[in-house]
Design a protein around this ligand. Structure first.
Ligand SMILES: [Zn+2]
Length: 99
């Protein structure tokens, strides 16, 4: 069972991203990790204002700390259990965007 850092984070993690602000967790593809610019942790926590998958325009921001309790996110969300979106929604496969 998943254990969130705090209740509010869990609520936003489970929201429908097509309808409202939500938190998404992705895992970067291995080939991006191999570029050496991404660090050792392939997981990224993203806050987004909402999107439709395959849409060209997605507003989002990578966050490093929980906006509610302040914990360092990589210490908490570092397993496949929390992934709730494909990395390709935010990062095209041929991109090396600074994530
Ligand atoms: Zn939290």
């Amino acid at each position: 069972m998943n254990t969130y850092c705090c209740t509010k984070f869990g609520i936003f993690h489970q929201k429908d991203p097509e309808k409202e602000i939500s938190i998404r967790i992705i895992k970067l593809p291995l080939k991006m990790m191999n570029t050496g610019i991404q660090g050792d942790n392939p997981f990224r926590v993203i806050i987004t204002s909402g999107y439709k998958v395959n849409s060209e325009e997605i507003n989002y921001m990578i966050i490093k700390h929980c906006p509610f309790c302040g914990i360092k996110l990589e210490s908490c969300y570092n397993s496949m259990d929390f992934i709730n979106e494909s990395s390709e929604v935010f990062i095209p496969p041929d991109s090396t965007a600074g994530l």
